[in-house]
Design a protein around this ligand. Structure first.
Ligand code: GLA
Length: 406
């Protein structure tokens, strides 16, 4: 018996289809609105160029930023070397553009970063011909934090106050011997948080680090944060950078460290998420910018295109990790990707220069990858399985339409 829909039934099916379509036609941030913010880091070396005067393909990146994300981080422009390259000479032009744009477009801003050993000019640690004293360095830190956080008081909600103060050396987590620590002592961390809080008592203050999926490091950071908070130091959040890989972390490993971190009673953010698909040179897993590994052809296998199975595996990995974030969504307040499109990812040059990596949700033509659709599907259908690589439209319209009309 042939099954045929009557005309009015077809119309109903079409209407239901259109309704389903409009339900699925959400930007990524909207799909996760009840769980956490979805952010992106932008800027290259010049945020103003991206936001005010974008060139052809940057217009697409800007549109994706406006459409798909509800939080934004400057990838470079708020670092000390950009904001105060010379003593007392602050340059806020690019950061102003970002904060104005974010406000006009309803995006939260995550300020990155106040105190870090990297991308901080040499003058900060020097005085005359010698090294700055503890008192001088504390005063410079205080002034920098008060000037920067104070300028955006009430406008920048989240601040990465201290970045990468801990590392795992010979299998043991320890404080990094940065110039901050060498000159001021361990209390530089506490002082930084106190100054930031003075400058904006409403701001949400974060300790941020890489390799936070390493249980040794996560436990060390959790202890540090507990100790600081027990002394009344205003630490409100822990940032897991999340420069990860197809091979790590496992969902189980991630779940375990999030359990450890959330016991501090602070909120957790994933602040710099990307998932490299390239061979890891040696056993290097960190994001220490001082690291550079010599280029070898075998480390750059996908110069023109990554194989479909690798891109599918990445989609699955993103989905598995996001499932863990969702399991802990009461403690997680933001997941920020370190970039938007593979074309401009820092991973193309780290830890090996000149490779072609594919770590983000949008490809080199700024089209959504299976990873993007997997994250959408995870919210819409609790989906598991393969993602149709031909689904190119960010809103998923086409695929749902085809499904309805079959
Ligand atoms: C670290 C820093 C970021 C950025 C990335 C690489 O993770 O926290 O500011 O420099 O490295 O782009």
């Amino acid at each position: 018996m042939e099954f045929r829909l009557k005309r009015y039934e077809r119309i109903i099916v079409l209407i239901v289809g259109i309704m389903a379509l409009s339900c699925s036609a959400e930007p990524l941030w909207k799909s996760y609105e009840s769980d956490f913010l979805i952010g992106a880091a932008v800027g290259g070396r010049n945020i103003a160029q991206l936001l005010e005067n974008p060139k052809k393909d940057l217009i697409q990146v800007k549109n994706l930023l406006s459409q798909e994300f509800n939080s934004v981080t400057a990838d470079n422009n708020m670092k000390w070397e950009y904001l105060q390259p010379r003593k007392g000479q602050f340059k806020f032009d690019k950061t102003d553009v970002l904060v104005d744009w974010a406000e006009e477009n309803g995006k939260a801003v995550a300020g990155h970063v106040l105190v870090w050993h990297s991308q901080t000019p040499k003058w900060v640690f020097r005085d005359g011909w010698g090294q700055a004293s503890r008192e001088v360095l504390i005063e410079r830190m205080r002034q920098h934090i008060h000037t920067v956080v104070g300028r955006y008081k009430g406008r920048i909600k989240y601040w990465d106050v201290v970045n990468e103060a801990v590392l795992v050396r010979d299998g043991v987590a320890v404080f990094r011997d940065s110039p901050w620590r060498k000159i001021i002592g361990d209390d530089y961390i506490e002082l930084a948080f106190r100054f930031a809080h003075e400058a904006d008592p409403e701001a949400h203050l974060i300790y941020n680090d890489y390799n936070m999926n390493d249980l040794r490091k996560a436990k060390f950071v959790a202890n540090m944060v507990n100790e600081l908070r027990s002394k009344g130091v205003p630490v409100h959040g822990i940032g897991m950078q999340g420069h990860w890989h197809l091979e790590y972390p496992s969902a189980k490993e991630l779940d375990e460290v999030i359990h450890v971190l959330k016991r501090t009673g602070t909120k957790i953010s994933i602040t710099e998420l990307d998932l490299s698909v390239l061979p890891s040179p040696g056993d290097y897993r960190g994001a220490d910018l001082g690291k550079s590994i010599e280029h070898q052809e075998k480390l750059n296998p996908y110069r023109n295109e990554a194989p479909e199975d690798v891109i599918q595996e990445q989609a699955k990995k993103y989905k598995d990790l996001f499932q863990v974030f969702l399991d802990h969504s009461e403690a997680i307040e933001r997941v920020t990707f370190w970039g938007i499109s593979d074309k401009y990812s820092w991973k193309n040059n780290f830890p090996v220069r000149g490779r072609t990596d594919y770590p983000l949700l949008f490809d080199r033509d700024h089209k959504p990858k299976p990873a993007y659709h997997a994250l959408q599907d995870l919210k819409i259908n609790n989906f598991s399985g393969e993602v149709d690589k031909n689904r190119n439209d960010p809103l998923g319209r086409l695929s749902y339409f085809v499904l309805i009309n079959e």
